[in-house]
Write a protein that binds this ligand. Structure first.
Ligand code: NAD
Length: 266
């Protein structure tokens, strides 16, 4: 990932900023000292979100844009985070969201290709395993595909793996870093618990930890009983990923920035 000058202002755009993930994610980004401008875009509600966040005394200037404002939201952005789309209800898989969310993501990515072709794009909208390839093809068609700048956000899988592993090992979560590779749906999520120092588990315990990480999203969907999927933990995960990308773009020594994500790979 090429770094921008540390002195150039840093603009982040959140697309889907009025949603269950978008609002707390925007709040966390408003608190982030690396962000100079925060553009909140959605088809509803963003003037209110921006007015609300704008009263928090941190340096990020917040703007709220509706449908016609996509160009303004994206122009000058170095990072675009996309939680736009519908969430799951009980009994749904992430694939069931495909028909609606694929179209939403495609439209927003066309905007990125046109208005901020050099931005890092972080896609949260599910099914990530499909929305990222759709975004890649959309960018290719526009001549704006940079594989190293298109990421599916799988950070929540990492956070879940870390939490469940720390509980299993009776350790502080600070000391646990489980890499998670693969995709972001069920058995495509592959937590590598064996990479954690001193990790010990029976086959049964390992299977249970792996299964809980792979299907942790279902726990939240069921507990919310029709009111959607993970929003607060996902907002935190999206923030962690965004903050690390911004640190990279600002030219931090890359050795201390390691994030798992769903990216093109041979
Ligand atoms: P939500 O319904 O609360 O919010 C979605 C927002 O997107 C709404 O405010 C809606 O108005 C907006 N939106 C719809 N079409 C849009 C468009 N064309 N342009 C801009 N905004 C648009 O849903 P949520 O709970 O915030 O979830 C959002 C997405 O994130 C879902 O697809 C969900 O499955 C996904 N998700 C991903 C992860 C992950 O780990 N990657 C985790 C949880 C949820």
């Amino acid at each position: 990932m090429s770094s921008s000058s540390s002195s150039s202002p840093c603009k982040v755009a959140v697309l889907g900023a009025a949603g269950g993930i978008g609002q707390p994610l925007s709040l966390l980004l408003k608190l982030c000292p690396l962000v100079d401008e925060l553009a909140c875009f959605d088809i509803v509600g963003t003037p209110g979100v921006a007015a609300d966040l704008g009263h928090i005394p941190t340096k990020a200037v917040v703007t709220g844009m509706l449908k016609d404002g996509l160009k303004d939201a994206l122009t000058g952005a170095s990072l675009v985070v996309i939680p736009a789309g519908v969430p799951r209800k009980p009994g749904m898989t992430r694939d069931d969201l495909f028909n609606i969310n694929a179209g939403i993501v495609k439209g927003l990515i066309e905007g990125c290709a046109e208005h901020c072709p050099d931005a890092v794009i972080a896609i949260i909208s599910n099914p990530v395993n499909s929305t990222v390839p759709i975004a890649a093809e959309t960018l290719k068609a526009k001549g704006a595909y940079r594989p190293q700048k298109l990421c599916g956000v799988t950070t929540l899988d990492v956070l879940r793996a870390n939490t469940f592993c720390a509980q299993h090992m009776k350790r502080s979560t600070d000391a646990i870093h489980v890499p998670v590779v693969g995709g972001h749906a069920g058995t495509t999520i592959l937590p590598l618990f064996s990479n954690v120092e001193d990790f010990l588990a029976t086959d049964e315990e390992l299977q249970a930890l792996t299964h809980r990480t792979q299907f942790g999203g279902d726990e939240v969907v069921q507990a919310k009983a029709g009111a959607g999927s993970a929003t607060l933990s996902m907002a935190y995960a999206g923030y962690i990923f965004a903050e690390q990308v911004l640190r990279g773009l600002k030219g931090s020594s890359n050795s201390d920035i390691i994030q798992c994500a769903y990216v093109e790979s041979s």
